[in-house]
Design a protein around this ligand. Structure first.
Ligand code: NDP
Ligand code: GDR
Length: 379
């Protein structure tokens, strides 16, 4: 019998990669998706199967983490062996604007999943993965951050996720449930949401290289993140639920990098060398060299770019009321107990994202040249 998995947040970055991964492993996969006024299934459309066909392995259900009766009904119908609770309002800066909704979806939403499993008497059958986050560490208490480092959340998002973390631990201890937290550090990919800093940078760098945009506006360039590739991280989620005992794990690369350096690496991948000067709100990134040979290899003509051109400026609107300055994870436990291995390092991640965004930009340009205006501009 194939195992049955329910993924909340299946339309997001991690949900899409995880669904593909579990389908390849032979799972029957069910996903929770929200009703939206535009299609929101772009990331999983390649996995779609016509529900009228037989032997369907992927089924989507409408639902929302703020709707407990809906969750109870779905868990009852699906009878999952594994639930991956990935759904969340996942943008830290936006959580300052929508704190109550964030608490409801990201905090109480997790309780609703745990309660559904408990009320339906599935505590011995259903294993639960909770998408916990390095944002829990917040204001630096110690580095590197491991499973035993104290938490100090610094945003409504992180505070909501702290509730989710502890309610998962509490249900594991109170009801003997197989419920685990993966404390995942930042992970990115070509399908990362466009308003997270890495994707914002790689999209803009590709457009600047193609002469379609002059400059990108960013916030805190000095913050440091431990960035990995989402494809590696979803494998860790699965491994966590395959263990004999339910436990919490830190998933990270063990290397930290500034936003400034991520910008520099992204442009370099396109043959453009950027140097930073100035301080605080007046800091800027300027082109100091262009490698025409590298550009040619990528099918780019960088002649419209000028040495001295400012390609990065600061807009204080992207600063956060309280910032998390430094994240650096210690993945020792996950490497030793899960046997988890990284396939991508940061340069490989940057390359994957830049090549994908360059491809998408060229496609947009091609359509635009053909008279079809398709460009979307995100902040
Ligand atoms: P995304 O923002 O890409 O995806 C979030 C998903 O949650 C989307 O499918 C979204 O649906 C769905 N969602 C949002 N609100 C609700 C709701 N109220 N009810 C049901 N579904 C909802 O996030 P990621 O894939 O990057 O992250 C997955 C999880 O891991 C999140 O919980 C995030 O907080 C956490 N996390 C992420 C890290 C990262 O670096 N990526 C690191 C650590 C933790 P829709 O498509 O309709 O918006
Ligand atoms: P983060 O990711 O807050 O770490 O949360 P994000 O990419 O949004 O920010 C990373 C760092 O970059 C700084 N920054 C900017 N951020 C954005 N979004 N836009 C900008 O223009 C910009 N300029 C600088 C930020 O201040 C921050 O320091 C992500 C999410 O996926 C969470 O859901 C997850 O829990 C954590 O990672 C781990």
């Amino acid at each position: 019998m194939a195992k049955i998995a329910l993924i909340t947040g299946i339309t997001g970055q991690d949900g899409a990669y995880l669904a593909e991964f579990l389908l390849k492993k032979g799972y029957e996969v069910h996903g929770l998706k929200r009703r939206t006024s535009l299609f929101n299934t772009d990331r999983i459309d390649h996995l779609y199967q016509d529900p009228h066909e037989s032997g369907i392995k992927l089924t989507l259900h409408y639902g929302d983490l703020t709707d407990s009766t809906n969750l109870i009904r779905l868990v009852q119908e699906i009878q999952p062996d594994e639930i991956y609770n990935l759904a969340a309002m996942s943008h830290v800066k936006v959580s300052f604007d929508t704190p109550e909704y964030t608490a409801n979806a990201d905090g109480i939403g997790t309780l609703r999943i745990l309660e559904a499993v408990r009320l339906l008497g599935l505590t011995k059958k259903t294993r639960i993965y909770q998408a916990s986050t390095s944002e829990l560490y917040g204001l630096v208490q110690a580095v590197p951050q491991s499973e035993t480092t104290p938490f100090y959340p610094r945003s409504p998002y992180a505070v909501a996720k702290m509730y989710a973390y502890w309610i998962t631990v509490n249900y594991r201890e109170a009801y003997d449930m197989f419920a685990c937290n993966g404390i995942l550090f930042n992970h990115e990919s070509p399908i990362r949401g466009e308003t997270f800093v890495t994707r914002k940078i790689t999209r803009a760098a590709a457009k600047i290289a193609m002469g379609l945009q002059n400059c990108i506006y960013l916030g805190n360039l000095s913050s440091q993140r431990d960035w990995g590739h989402a494809k590696d991280y979803i494998e860790a989620m699965w491994l966590i639920l395959q263990q004999e005992k339910p436990e919490d794990f830190v998933i990270a690369t063990g290397i930290t990098t500034t936003v400034r350096e991520f910008v520099r690496m992204s442009f370099e991948e396109l043959g453009i060398t950027v140097e930073f000067s100035g301080k605080d709100d007046n800091e800027k990134g300027v082109i100091i060299d262009v490698d025409q040979d590298k550009a040619k290899e990528l099918g780019l003509n960088l002649e419209s770019l000028k040495l001295g051109q400012t390609v990065v400026k600061i807009d204080p609107k992207y600063f956060r009321p309280t910032e998390v300055d430094l994240l650096l994870g210690d993945p020792t436990k996950s490497k030793e107990k899960l046997g988890w291995k990284l396939k991508y390092d940061l340069p490989a991640l940057v390359k994957d994202m830049i090549l994908s965004d360059l491809h998408l930009t060229k496609k947009d340009q091609y359509l635009k040249d053909g008279g079809y205006q398709t460009m979307n501009y995100f902040e």
